[in-house]
Design a binder for this molecule. Structure first.
Ligand code: S3P
Length: 417
């Protein structure tokens, strides 16, 4: 039997890296991105800002971006990255030019209407509610928009369009989604305010010209989550993940682990730029089942496949509900999580908006990552809770957000006598 023991700085945050690259392209002068994530998704964004005219110099663990006044017309390949496509639709619709956005097979099935609808109200000319998306730049009007889904991508697309619209653009959020865009835009000189009124978060942005900034990217909590989960469920484990972004809109999964009885210690808390950062140590302990629902969902949406695995190792059943968004991620994450975990002996039942997991003993089997990075990593963690062999087809999918995951996971495994 192996346990997980040690300390690791997982790769940098995907959401923050995408934003730093895109804002850097729009800004006058130079933007420094320190510790960028260079997984496949962020590489898509990087290639795109180059195609649009930005100059990017890649140094050791740092990118230097020289921004542009106005992007040149181009056909842009967003690969597997929903964040790239959705943020760009908003960003580009207010610039002169013609842009075509394409993606891989998975991205070409993901809904873009949620972004296109508010942008069209602003006067954008966006064709295609599934990729390929064609944008003809137009003069935009501001909008007062209440998000119908808790989506940081939709929120960010409208705010980026708002930077180039006439008048004050307002986005209202009944349920808080990750807030990196609102935190980072003012660093680039955008005029943006955030208020809370009557249970809503209200973000107001004025037409603004961005200027270059420095963004130091912390480690990605959605990547650290795999080590937290492993440490929680693999006997005799204790893992510290350092420099992790502790933004509350991102660490719902850590809070869920704590609620289940996991032993969690947060230390060395500090701020980097506009983000709270710290070291997180998780040590094995007995876990009980829990319910994840409602406004808890957005802060752990990407970790819910992993939660299904953790829940299978608890001593009582768990439920996830209000998470229908899982069905429109890189895969239908309800269907694929249920089908693959069942192959390993997990008692899990899918629902329209979530799943129910009962305590289970895992066994070996042949499973598939379905081209989904988070599924690949969850299944790799699953291999640690059975002595039987689990064969994962398409394991390399993890490179999308975490190049080197397999090696990192191996590196902190220790044989227990
Ligand atoms: C992201 C927002 C979330 C998340 C995705 C990254 C972002 O998507 O699932 O991995 O960087 O804005 P939604 O906006 O669709 O909720």
């Amino acid at each position: 039997m192996m346990s997980l023991n040690g300390s690791i700085r997982v790769p940098s945050d995907k959401s923050i890296t995408h934003r730093a690259l895109l804002f850097g392209m729009m800004a006058t002068g130079t933007t420094r991105v320190v510790h960028p994530l260079l997984g496949a998704d962020c590489r898509s964004t990087l290639d795109i800002i180059r195609s649009l005219g930005a100059e990017v110099i890649e140094k050791q663990d740092e990118l230097l971006i020289t921004g542009i006044e106005s992007p040149r017309s181009a056909r842009l390949d967003c690969g597997n990255s929903g964040t790239t496509m959705r943020l760009l639709i908003g960003l580009l619709s207010g610039y002169d030019g013609s842009f075509e956005l394409v993606g891989d097979e998975s991205l070409s099935k993901r809904p873009m209407r949620r972004v296109n609808a508010p942008l069209r109200e602003m006067g954008a000319d966006v064709k295609g509610d599934l990729a390929p998306i064609v944008i003809e730049g137009k003069t935009l009007q501001s909008i007062d928009y209440t998000l119908p889904v808790a989506s940081a991508q939709v929120k960010s697309a409208v705010l980026l369009a708002g930077l180039r619209a006439e008048g004050t653009t307002i986005v209202r959020e009944p349920i808080l989604s990750r807030d990196h865009t609102e935190r980072m835009l003012p660093l680039f000189g955008a005029q943006l305010t955030v208020d809370a009124e009557k249970g809503e978060r209200i973000i107001r942005v004025e037409p603004s010209r961005l200027s270059g900034a420095t963004v130091d990217v912390p480690a990605d909590p959605s990547s650290a989550a795999f080590f937290w989960a492993g440490a929680a469920i693999v006997p005799n484990s204790s893992v510290t993940t350092t420099d992790v972004c502790l933004n509350e809109t991102r660490i719902g999964f850590l809070r869920t682990l704590e609620r289940m009885g996991a032993h969690v210690i947060i230390s060395n808390e500090r701020t980097i730029g506009e983000e709270l950062v710290g070291d997180v140590t998780v040590t094995t302990s007995e876990l009980s089942g829990t319910v994840v629902e409602g406004d808890m969902i957005p802060s752990q949406i990407d970790e819910l496949p992993l939660f299904a695995l953790v829940a299978s190792q608890a001593n009582s059943p768990s439920i996830v509900k209000d998470a229908a968004e899982l069905r429109v991620k890189e895969t239908d994450r309800i269907d694929v999580v249920v089908s693959e975990l069942r192959k390993l002996g997990v008692d899990i039942v899918g629902k329209e908006d979530g799943f129910i997991v009962k305590p289970s003993r895992l066994h070996g089997g042949n499973v598939s990552a379905h081209g989904d990075h988070r599924l690949s990593m969850m299944l790799q963690v699953a291999t640690l809770v059975t002595d039987e062999t689990i064969q994962i087809e398409g394991i390399d999918a993890s490179d999308v957000s975490y190049p080197g995951f397999r090696q990192d996971l191996q590196q902190i495994q220790r044989e227990i006598e």
